[in-house]
Ligand binder design. Sequence first.
Ligand code: HEC
Length: 206
Amino acid sequence: MNTPQKVLVGIVACFALLQLIPSQYNQGTSPSSKHVSTLYPTSKTVEQILVRACNDCHSDSTVYPAYAAFQPLRWWIDEHVEEGTRHLNFDAFADYAPYRQFHKIEEVLETVAEGEMPLKSYTYMHEHARLNETQKKELRYWAEGILDSMKRQYPADSLVHPKRRHPGALSEKQQEKAASVFSPTADRVSKSCKPPLQHRAPVPVD
Ligand code: HEC
C-alpha cells in the first residue's frame, strides 16, 4: 500500500469507528400531557406550525433525517436537540414556573420576529420549516394571547424572575435569615436582636 492509500484506509477506519459511538434518540410523545397547548389555547394551525418548524429541537419528539444515521452529522443534530430542549421544551411547558413560561413566550415573539428561529442551518435543509408572513403572524397572535392571559391570571410579580422582583429588596437568603431571627420559635436568636437595655423589663426590687 502506498501512502495515499494508507491515509484513505485510515480515514475510512476512523469513520467506521465513529459510527459505533452510541447516541440516544429523542423520541417521546408529543404533544405530551404537559404540552403548552394543555395550558393555553392553541389552534390546529399553530400546532402544525410548531410541529413543522420547531418541534425537532423544542419537543420530546424529533423526526430524524436519513443522514442522522451517520456520525459526525448525528452529533451536530444531537447538539441542536439538546440545546434547543434545554432552553425551551414545549412538551415540558407545564413544569415551568409562571415567570419562566412568560419569559419563554416573550422569547418566541422576539426570535420569530427577528428571524432567528427556526435556525437558518435547519431551514436550509428543511424547506417546510421556513415560516411565511402568515405563519409568523399566527405564531405572534398565539404568543401575544398567552402573555395576555397570563397577565390576567397571575399577579404581576410572579411573572418576573425571582431575582428581579422588588429591586432593592432582601434576597431570598437574606429573607430566610431575617425570618429565622425574628420568628418566635427560632432558637438562634441573634444577640444583636435583643431589645436595647432601656426597653427591657425592670428588674424587680424586693
Ligand atoms: C434546528 C433546531 C431548532 C429549531 C428547528 C428551532 N429552534 Fe429554537 N432554539 C434552538 C437552539 C439550539 C436554541 C438555544 C440556543 C440559541 O438561543 O440559539 C434555541 C432557542 C430558542 C428560544 C430561546 C429560548 C431561551 O430561553 O433563550 C426560543 C424562544 C426558540 N428557540 C423558539 C423557537 C421557535 C418558536 C421555533 C419554531 C418556529 C424554533 N425555536 C425552532 C434550536 C432550534
